[in-house]
Design a binder for this molecule. Structure first.
Ligand SMILES: Cc1cc2nc3c(=O)[nH]c(=O)nc-3n(C[C@H](O)[C@H](O)[C@H](O)COP(=O)(O)O)c2cc1C
Length: 247
């Protein structure tokens, strides 16, 4: 039965079956964010406290949320992108004692095992290409300024059209050791649970500013990892989502 393969994961991550985590072995805590790529240009994002995009009642946002795959050609503003990044992975403060970030989403053990990459297609003031979000400083790092990047990403996502037409596609990479350091193999459950919270925040944040989102689980893992330079098992694409202004 094919389900056996899936349940083997659950079985192997039950408490009696996991190994002693790095933290208990006295190994050093890994950094909560990847270091800056040397020489990569940094872009300041508008500060969240200064952004006023109106207010939407939470119940209205939840009730009106649907997956949207058709986007307008009107670009997103940098304020809107800043708002979306803030509400999905923004760092509210860093707990210096524990050396962990408190973000706008929950994460098992506050391990926050993700890096956020963006395939920018239509955001006013930003060239098309691949960027990474630095939550610690609320900045973007430009990694690959290339108008052809998004088409390659769409191909790696089974040619889903909404990736091609998105204003921006979010790519969340898991860096498992941040969580594995504390919870060993059981962490792999938490990675996927944590990722769900992030994408749900994106859905609701988008809904509140008249944008739409389509979560993406159907992608070629090796193609996306290869395209973004991830190095499984140390880092790999865990979830994606296309986004654009509602047409
Ligand atoms: C984990 C996950 C993966 C998904 N992957 C895709 C996808 O690859 N392509 C797509 O078009 N929709 C994808 N969706 C969107 C679902 O099809 C959609 O949420 C579902 O049909 C329910 O519709 P609603 O979101 O409008 O309520 C995904 C949703 C989730 C939660």
């Amino acid at each position: 039965m094919t389900a056996d393969k899936g349940y083997a994961f659950v079985e192997s991550t039950k408490y009696p079956n996991i190994t002693t985590p790095g933290q208990k072995q006295g190994l050093p805590q890994p950094p909560f964010e990847l270091p800056l790529e040397p020489g990569a240009p940094l872009i300041d994002l508008p500060q969240p406290a200064e952004i006023d995009l109106g207010k939407t009642d939470l119940r209205t946002a939840i009730e009106s949320r649907v997956t949207r795959r058709h986007y307008s050609e009107v670009p997103l503003t940098l304020e809107e992108l800043s708002h979306l990044l803030w509400l999905t992975q923004g760092v509210k403060f860093i707990d210096d004692k524990r050396a962990v970030p408190l973000r706008t989403v929950p994460s098992a053990g506050c391990r926050h095992p993700f890096e956020t990459y963006l395939s920018i297609n239509r955001v006013a003031g930003l060239e098309a290409g691949l960027y990474r979000y630095m939550g610690s400083t609320h900045q973007l790092v430009a990694l690959r300024l290339d108008t052809g990047f998004n088409a390659q990403l769409a191909e790696a996502c089974q040619n889903q059209r909404h990736v091609t037409t998105s204003a921006v596609t979010f790519i969340w990479a898991a860096v498992p050791y941040r969580t594995v350091w504390r919870y060993s193999e059981r962490s792999y459950r938490y990675l996927y649970l944590d990722a769900g919270h992030v994408c749900q925040n994106l859905y609701l944040a988008a809904e509140s500013i008249n944008c739409g989102v389509c979560a993406i689980g159907a992608y070629d893992d090796d193609a996306v990892d290869g395209l973004l330079g991830f190095t499984p098992p140390e880092s790999f694409a865990i979830y994606l989502a296309s986004l654009g202004r509602v047409s």
